[in-house]
Design a protein around this ligand. Structure first.
Ligand code: GRF
Length: 218
């Protein structure tokens, strides 16, 4: 049976290593999503080049071109609509989306954050974990709500914090986990298997999917 591939937009602002992981995952037979468009709010970033190299349409919508956030978000929504996007993945996208945007966009919006939420939300999460003295950190894929990194958790992966770690070393260890976790979480969402009931997200499907975030295939 042919796979249904749900159209996804990835929103970026920078390097795009998570975008790359999603692009690579979406090449696989049977992956239930395809990257339809990559949108950046910053011109000339590496993520746009990664998309172009993969033959994926790109758009730059600089937030500074719009006097109000509402107008910037209208432009985003128009672009998503014109590409018939059903799922949005934020991947290093450095703008907070409003409640209105989230209610106007009809599908799920996902984000990846480099900490084990609810610990260390917001900016400089890796540094926050180090400064706090945490012994474990990691990454979280969550549904986006109107807060900053507060939406229901879809999947998480943990890494140890080592005595020798500086911010770059810990960030690099976390990023390795991000690159399998985000494609996995998008798969669950695209297949309709990640259902939020209040704060809890059920990744139904029994033993094959439950607790997947505890396993690291890499
Ligand atoms: C990642 O650490 C992600 O968790 C955070 O922003 C960073 C993006 O990195 N939201 P990249 O642009 O995907 O390389």
């Amino acid at each position: 049976m042919a796979t249904i591939r749900r159209p996804v937009a990835v929103l970026v602002s920078g390097n795009g290593t998570n975008l790359q992981a999603l692009i690579d995952a979406a090449k696989a037979d049977g992956y239930p999503a395809r990257i339809e468009v990559v949108i950046s709010n910053v011109a000339g970033v590496r993520a746009l080049q990664r998309a172009a190299d993969a033959g994926i349409p790109t758009l730059t919508i600089p937030h500074g071109d719009y006097p109000e956030r509402a107008q910037f978000e209208q432009a985003l929504l128009k672009a998503l609509e014109s590409h018939r996007v059903e799922i949005v993945c934020l991947a290093g996208f450095m703008r907070v989306l409003s409640r209105k945007f989230l209610s106007d966009f009809p599908g799920p919006v996902l984000n990846i954050h480099p900490a084990l939420l609810p610990a260390f939300p917001g900016l400089h999460a890796v540094r926050q974990a180090l400064d706090y003295g945490a012994k474990l950190s990691g990454c979280t894929v969550h549904f986006v709500d109107e807060g900053t990194d507060t939406g229901p958790v879809v999947a998480q992966a943990a890494v140890p914090v080592l005595d020798s770690d500086d911010e770059a070393a810990l960030a690099a260890r976390i990023r390795v986990q991000e690159h399998w976790l985000y494609p996995l979480a998008l798969r669950l969402v695209a297949e309709g298997r990640a259902i939020a009931t209040g704060r809890r997200v059920w990744s139904g499907g029994g033993a094959r999917t439950e607790g997947l975030s505890l396993r690291n295939p890499g």
